[in-house]
Design a protein around this ligand. Structure first.
Ligand code: PLP
Length: 363
């Protein structure tokens, strides 16, 4: 689905240099590179604060904890996302409450959020799935009306803009993952939390480091070991310089797919500005499994995000959802297929993918 080694070839020199610098520095965790990356990300997303954490999943959990969400609370989210989104809610002690998605954007349907709000609802985790922004204006209005906190799971959407703002900066807290396959990927695990609120920033600084902030061995609260190490930070500082160019290439690849395929399968719309950063490019067809097999036999990788909606996962059996509860999510999970999209995918590789898909539907 993607070729990380080929991508590394492009930027090998600055990355090797940055890693060597950290190795030679003798400072590996919570050192100067971590701080520098936090400054770079805060500047890029345009928030007051950014806090490096161990991964995107921890970013979500620490955000919930900093907002004092836990036992007895409910948090609304989408059933059509990576498991970690809802897992973080369960880990905080709160109860995940799912709301169906919009069939064109694949994001949570704001019209359905209000029906799910109860006296226990404290927050909403919205996901900008595949790099496409959720409808933040309506979501922020609903949140304000019901006094809910909004956490943006922007793990798939760094650099995406919604009405001129970068996602992650619109809600109360934004969470990012730098897992290697993400649009800005480290060479290991890493994550980041952004916010404009000073008190949340201070709480997260404590939570990520065993409840300790200023003085080592003085612990104010029970926390976590969830820090972003300096080697990953140094790598990410270098890769961030290429992010906009890489996102532009993703959008070019997506545009070409849509132009060539929109008459035979359902494709995402082509967007003008940075409204979509195409972490994934997904098509929909009733012949999904046959098409996927056909392409795989021609050595073309495909993937399904996500084959089992979260409300039907065994781990969430205790929530007592059943098949049919979220028909749009369930239907799309049977039809959706992700095609290869990454900055170093060549035109000839993409042409072969497109002609193979055409061949499948013509046969
Ligand atoms: C990748 C991802 C996460 C988790 O990030 P990790 O860094 O792998 O822990 C959470 N939510 C979404 C939507 C993701 O895509």
């Amino acid at each position: 689905m993607l070729d990380l080694k080929k991508e590394l070839e492009l930027i090998k020199e600055p990355i090797y240099k940055a890693v060597k610098e950290v190795l030679d520095s003798g400072s590996y965790i919570l050192g100067s590179k971590g701080k520098e990356l936090e400054n770079c990300i805060a500047k890029y997303i345009k928030t007051s604060y950014a806090i490096g954490v161990a991964n995107g999943s921890d970013a979500l959990l620490l955000a919930l904890k900093a907002l004092k969400i836990g036992e007895g609370d409910e948090v609304i989210t989408t059933p059509f996302t990576f498991f970690a989104t809802a897992e973080s809610i369960a880990l905080s002690g709160a109860k995940p409450v799912f709301v169906d998605i919009d069939q064109n954007t694949y994001n949570i349907d704001p019209k359905k959020i209000e029906e799910a709000v109860t006296s226990k609802t404290k927050a909403v985790i919205i996901v900008h799935l595949f790099g496409y922004p959720a409808e933040m204006d309506s979501i922020m209005d609903i949140a304000k009306k019901h006094n809910l906190k909004v956490i943006e799971d922007a793990c798939q959407a760094i650099g995406t803009e919604y009405k001129g703002k970068r996602v992650g900066s619109i809600g109360h807290v934004g969470c990012f993952s730098f897992f290697p396959s993400k649009n800005l990927g480290a060479f290991g695990d890493a994550g980041m939390i952004v916010t404009n609120e000073r008190d949340l920033y201070e709480k997260i600084i404590e939570l990520r480091n065993h409840g300790s902030s200023k003085h080592k061995y003085i612990h104010k609260v029970i926390g976590h070991n969830s820090r972003l190490d300096d080697i990953q930070a140094a790598i990410l500082i270098e890769k961030l310089k290429y992010l906009d160019e890489f996102l532009k290439r993703r959008r070019e690849i997506a545009k070409r797919y849509t132009e060539k395929l929109n008459r035979i399968v359902k494709t995402p719309s082509i967007f003008q500005a940075r409204e979509h950063t195409f972490h994934q490019y997904c098509i929909e067809t009733n012949k999904r499994d046959e098409l996927s097999l056909f392409l795989n036999n021609k050595n073309i990788a495909t993937a399904i995000y996500y084959p089992i909606p979260l409300h039907l996962q065994e781990a969430f059996k205790y929530l007592k959802y059943k098949e049919g509860d979220f028909p749009i999510t369930e239907n799309i999970s049977k039809r959706i297929l992700a095609l290869p999209i990454y900055p170093v995918l060549t035109l000839s590789e993409q042409k072969r993918i497109i002609s193979s898909i055409k061949e499948f539907f013509e046969k």
